[in-house]
Design a protein around this ligand. Structure first.
Ligand SMILES: O=P(O)(O)OC[C@H]1O[C@H](O)[C@H](O)[C@@H](O)[C@@H]1O
Ligand SMILES: [Fe+2]
Length: 205
């Protein structure tokens, strides 16, 4: 993760400009390209091709100045671009909080999904502007853009929560989220007004 100021901040208001995707005052910003998502897509050849074809930005995270330390309550806004690689919709890396602490997301724009996995069960929350998604302690979480526009959400989380990416590489997320093909849409009994996503088990990899 990027560097966070260790200094405490005073009470403050923070402005978000949705068009520019910036926070003011601003904290650290993180950009994740396709090459940063190694080992996460089911179709490794398609991932390699996407890296070779310009290594696109998949998502970015802008944070406020609130530090990631115990008892603070940092926030960040993540914007995931629309796209799919090997049929798998573009997503965040996903992580578990090492200390099993909760977190909330608030949908800001676009359409997304919040995939949660506790090592045994998987949960899916569809995120539209105004949706609050709640991640209880112990549930790893990944966000997915399921629409054709950028998907942005605000995250608010305990400063000491941390990011364990190895947990997801080891355990997966239970399900993968694919763009539904017409065939799949029909097979699932969906009408076309549905989410347009198809879930497949990680165990099928
Ligand atoms: O860390 P990732 O799994 O790549 O997800 C991207 C980001 O999503 C949210 O904004 C979380 O609050 C951040 O802590 C996280 O870094
Ligand atoms: Fe988190």
């Amino acid at each position: 993760m990027s560097e966070y100021s260790p200094l405490p901040v005073p009470p403050m208001s923070i402005r978000f400009d949705p068009a520019a995707g910036t926070l003011s005052p601003e904290g650290p910003t993180l950009t994740r390209r396709m090459s940063d998502l190694e080992g996460l897509f089911r179709d490794r050849a398609a991932w390699e091709q996407a890296v070779a074809d310009g290594d696109p930005v998949v998502y970015s995270v802008v944070s406020s100045q609130v530090p990631e330390v115990d008892r603070e309550l940092p926030q960040s806004i993540t914007t995931i671009q629309p796209g799919a690689t090997g049929g798998e919709l573009w997503m965040t890396k996903g992580h578990q909080h090492p200390n099993h602490q909760g977190e909330i997301y608030l949908g800001i724009s676009g359409r997304g999904g919040l995939l949660m996995f506790d090592g045994a069960e998987t949960r899916w929350v569809e995120m539209t502007p105004g949706t609050i998604g709640y991640m209880p302690p112990g549930w790893a979480h990944r966000s997915i853009n399921i629409g054709s526009e950028p998907y942005s959400f605000l995250a608010v989380y305990p400063g000491g929560a941390g990011h364990d990416y190895g947990w997801v590489l080891e355990h997966g997320m239970g399900l993968r989220v694919l763009a539904a093909t017409d065939d799949n849409t029909a097979a699932n009994g969906n009408t076309g007004t549905d989410t347009g996503v198809e879930f497949v088990a990680y165990s099928g990899d």
